[in-house]
Design a protein. Structure first.
Length: 642
C-alpha cells in the first residue's frame, strides 16, 4: 500500500516517534514565520533560549496585524521586530509589504518543505505543497532554535475533488462546503489532503484560499499536491527552481475520505456567528447590508482583486454600504495599480486600506452598532469585528462585490455573466520591502520600546491544584473569546499585565477582577475549547492571572499545546455530562497530579462545595508531562525549574 502525500512529507521530516495515528511525533522544521501580534512574544522567548542565530533554513518576521499607529506602541514593536530580525538572521517583511500568508505564498513557500508559523492560518502555504502548520509563539521560538516540533500524528482525510467550478462559484465555496459538512471541529486531529481530477482546475491562489480556511475546520493543516499548476505559479513568481513534483502514491490509503464535485457548488455564505453556519447565498439573498470588506489572508490575491474591480467597474458602491478593500500584499497592490483595476475600485467608491489584516482582526473599520457586514474573510466570531452586536457573514470576493453594488446579500449569478479574469502569467517581483538577514548580526542592538515588558513565568506545578470555578462556558469558545484582539488590545501583546484586564471579557467582563481577587482559579469549557487563532496569549494571560487548570469536554489543537506550554493543566471530562457537576463559584480540588499523569490514569476532580467527584483525562506523553510539571516549556528547555 502506498503513502499519501502527508505521510511522505512527515516521514521525510520525522526526527522522533512513529507515524502511528494519535502517537506523538517530532518533525524537523525547515521554515518559520511570525507576524507582529504573536512575534514580539515569540522573539522574547527566542531570546530567552540564548541562541545566537536561528537554526532554520529560513525564518521570516512579518508586520501585518498591528498596523494602526495611534500611539507609540505598535511602531515601537515594529522597530523591536526589525532589530531582532537583524540580530538573529531573520528576514523582515516591513509594514506595508502585506499579510504574512499571502507574502509567504508569493515569495518564500517551497513545495516539500515544512513551515511552522505563529499564526493559525499558516496552512495557507499548503496550497503550494508545503506542510505548513500553525502553532503558539513559543513552539515557533523553539523551532527557530533548531528543535523539532511535536504534534500528535494526525489522521489523514482525503478530499477527492472532481469537476470544475461553475462560473460564479469560487474556491471559498469549496471550503465553505466542507465547513457546512464537517463543522468547526470536523478537522481536529486531521490533515486534509486534496486530490482527484478537480485539483488541476484550481490555481495556486484558489488552493491557498482552501488550505487557509482549513484552520476553521480545526485541522492540523491542509495540503495540495505540487503539480504543473504549482510549477507555473512559481515560474510566474520567478522562483521556478524551488519546484518539485509531489503527489500521493496511486494506491495511497487514507483514514477518511469525502468527495466534492466542484461542478455542482453554488455560492455559499457563513452566517453569524460561526464559520460553519453555512447556507446557500440564495437562502439569505435580499438581507440588507451596511458594510462589505474584501481582503484578508483568505481572499486578497491579484485574481480576487481583479475580479472585484471588474464587477465594480463603471458602477457605484450602494449608498448604504461602506466597502473596504485590503490588497493582500504589496505585489497585489502594485499589480492592480498598474493594471488599472485599482482606479476602477476607487472610482466605484471603495475605501482602499493598506496591505495588511485590517478589519479582519478589528484593526479599524468596526461596523456600526447592530449592523450587518459581509466579508471575504475567514472568521466571524462575536465581537471580533470590534462591534459587539454586529453580525458578520463570510463569503467569496464575488459575493462581497455583488453585495456592495446592490446593498443586499446578492448571489452574483443574478448579475449576469462573469467577466473572465486570467491568472497573471508573470507576477511583479520586487522584494524591496523585505530586508534579508545579515551574515553576522551579533553586534546589532535590539531596540526595546516601553511596550515590551519582561516575560511572565510560572514555577513548577504545585500539588494539589485548588481553586474556584471562575467561568463555565458553552461549546466552541474561541481564543477571540478568551483573549480578544482588536485595535485596543492587540498592541498590548508584549505587555501581559496590561492585557490581563481584558481576559475573557467577551464572555464575562467581571472575570479579570474576580480572578485577581481569588488569586486565580479554574475555567470550565465545552467542546472544542480554544478554537480559532494560535495566540498563546489565550494561555499566557490566564497563567498570569493564576488560572491553574481548564476542564473541558474537548480542546482545539493549538490551544491545548499552548496551555501545556504555559503550565496550565488541561483536563478532558471523562464523561461530558459531568460538566453539570461544575458550577460557577464552586471550589475544586485536583490531587495526585504528577502520579496520575506519569501512570497515564484519569485524575479525580473533587468539587469541595458539593462534595461530588468526577474523573477527567489528561493523556500526555512523557515529554508533555515533563513540560507541565516544570511549569511550562520554557522552564523545561532552560532547565530553570526542573
Ligand atoms: C487571527 O486571525 O485570529 C490572528 C490574529 O491572525 C491569529 C493570531 C493572533 O492572534 O495574533 C491567528 O489566527 O493565529
Ligand atoms: Fe490576518 Fe485575518 Fe489572516 Fe489572521 S485571519 S492572519 S488577522 S488576515
Amino acid at each position: 500500500m502506498g503513502d499519501n502525500l502527508t505521510t511522505k512529507m512527515l516521514r521525510a521530516h520525522l526526527v522522533d516517534g512513529e507515524l502511528v495515528a494519535g502517537s506523538e511525533i517530532g518533525i524537523r522544521i525547515d521554515q518559520t514565520l511570525t507576524q507582529d501580534a504573536t512575534g514580539t512574544m515569540a522573539y522574547l522567548q527566542f531570546e530567552a533560549l540564548g541562541r545566537d542565530r536561528v537554526a532554520t533554513e529560513l525564518s521570516v518576521s512579518y508586520v501585518d496585524h498591528n498596523m494602526l499607529q495611534s500611539d507609540n506602541k505598535n511602531p515601537d514593536d515594529h522597530r523591536f521586530l526589525q532589530s531582532v530580525a537583524a540580530r538573529y538572521g531573520i528576514y523582515y517583511s516591513r509594514p506595508g509589504n502585506g499579510i504574512c500568508h499571502q507574502v509567504h505564498l508569493e515569495r518564500f513557500s517551497v513545495p516539500g518543505k515544512t513551515l511552522l508559523g505563529s499564526d493559525s492560518h499558516t496552512p495557507t502555504s499548503g496550497g503550494l505543497g508545503m506542510l505548513a502548520i500553525g502553532a503558539g509563539g513559543l513552539d515557533v521560538a523553539i523551532a527557530m532554535g533548531g528543535a523539532p516540533f511535536y504534534l500528535n500524528m494526525p489522521r489523514i482525510l482525503r478530499v477527492w475533488l472532481t469537476g470544475q467550478l461553475p462560473e460564479w462559484s469560487s474556491a471559498k465555496d469549496v471550503i465553505l462546503e466542507l465547513l457546512r459538512r464537517l463543522s468547526v471541529k470536523g478537522g481536529v486531529g486531521k490533515v486534509i489532503e486534496y486530490c482527484g481530477p478537480g485539483v488541476k482546475s484550481l490555481s495556486i491562489p484558489q488552493r491557498a484560499t482552501i488550505t487557509n480556511m482549513g484552520a476553521e475546520l480545526g485541522a492540523t493543516t491542509s495540503i495540495f499536491p505540487s503539480d504543473e499548476v504549482t510549477r507555473t505559479y512559481l515560474a510566474a513568481q520567478q522562483r521556478a527552481e524551488v519546484w518539485q513534483a509531489l503527489v500521493a502514491d496511486e494506491d495511497a490509503t487514507y483514514d477518511e475520505s469525502v468527495e466534492i464535485d466542484l461542478g455542482v457548488l453554488e455560492p455559499l455564505i457563513a452566517q453569524p456567528h460561526s464559520p460553519d453556519a453555512v447556507t446557500a447565498v440564495r437562502n439569505v439573498a435580499g438581507t440588507s447590508v451596511q458594510q462589505v470588506c474584501i481582503g484578508s489572508c483568505t481572499n486578497s490575491s491579484v485574481a480576487d482583486m481583479e475580479t472585484v474591480a471588474a464587477m465594480l467597474k463603471g458602477k457605484s458602491v450602494h449608498p448604504q454600504v461602506s466597502l473596504t478593500i485590503n490588497p493582500g500584499s504589496k505585489q497585489v497592490f502594485e499589480m492592480i495599480a498598474r493594471s488599472g483595476a485599482l482606479s476602477d475600485l476607487i472610482a466605484a467608491g471603495a475605501r482602499i486600506l493598506e496591505a495588511g489584516c485590517g478589519p479582519c482582526i478589528g484593526m479599524g473599520q468596526a461596523p456600526a452598532s447592530g449592523s450587518i457586514s459581509v466579508r471575504s474573510f475567514n472568521r466571524n466570531f462575536p465581537g471580533r469585528s470590534g462591534t459587539a452586536d454586529a453580525s458578520i457573514y463570510l463569503a467569496s470576493a464575488e459575493v462581497c462585490a455583488a453585495t456592495a453594488i446592490t446593498g443586499v446579500i446578492t448571489d452574483p449569478r443574478d448579475l449576469g455573466n462573469k467577466l473572465a479574469i486570467k491568472v497573471p502569467e508573470a507576477y511583479l517581483v520586487d522584494d524591496n520591502m523585505i530586508i534579508p538577514p545579515v551574515a553576522d548580526g551579533a553586534a546589532t542592538e535590539i531596540v526595546r520600546g516601553s511596550n515590551i515588558k519582561p516575560l511572565p513565568v510560572r514555577g513548577r506545578l504545585d500539588e494539589p491544584i485548588t481553586g474556584e470555578v471562575l467561568l463555565v462556558t458553552g461549546d466552541n469558545v474561541s481564543t477571540d473569546d478568551i483573549m480578544m484582539a482588536g485595535a485596543q488590545v492587540l498592541p498590548l501583546r508584549s505587555n501581559i499585565p496590561a492585557m490581563s484586564a481584558f481576559a475573557f471579557v467577551c464572555l464575562d467582563p467581571t472575570l479579570p477582577e474576580r480572578a485577581k481577587a481569588a488569586g486565580g482559579g479554574i475555567i470550565v469549557g465545552g467542546e472544542n475549547y480554544g478554537q480559532g487563532s494560535s495566540r498563546e496569549h489565550a494561555a499566557l494571560v490566564p497563567m498570569y492571572l493564576g488560572i491553574r487548570a481548564v476542564i473541558a469536554k474537548s480542546f482545539a489543537r493549538i490551544h491545548l499545546a499552548n496551555l501545556l506550554n504555559f503550565g496550565i493543566l488541561p483536563l478532558t471530562l471523562a464523561n461530558p455530562e459531568d460538566i453539570a457537576l461544575c458550577g460557577k463559584g464552586d471550589e475544586m480540588e485536583v490531587a495526585n497530579i504528577a502520579e496520575s499523569l506519569q501512570a497515564g490514569i484519569p485524575l479525580t476532580v473533587r468539587n469541595q462545595s458539593t462534595g461530588k467527584s468526577f474523573e477527567a483525562n489528561c493523556r500526555l506523553t512523557a515529554r508533555q508531562v515533563r513540560i507541565l510539571l516544570a511549569g511550562g516549556l520554557l522552564n523545561l528547555v532552560k532547565g530553570t525549574t526542573s
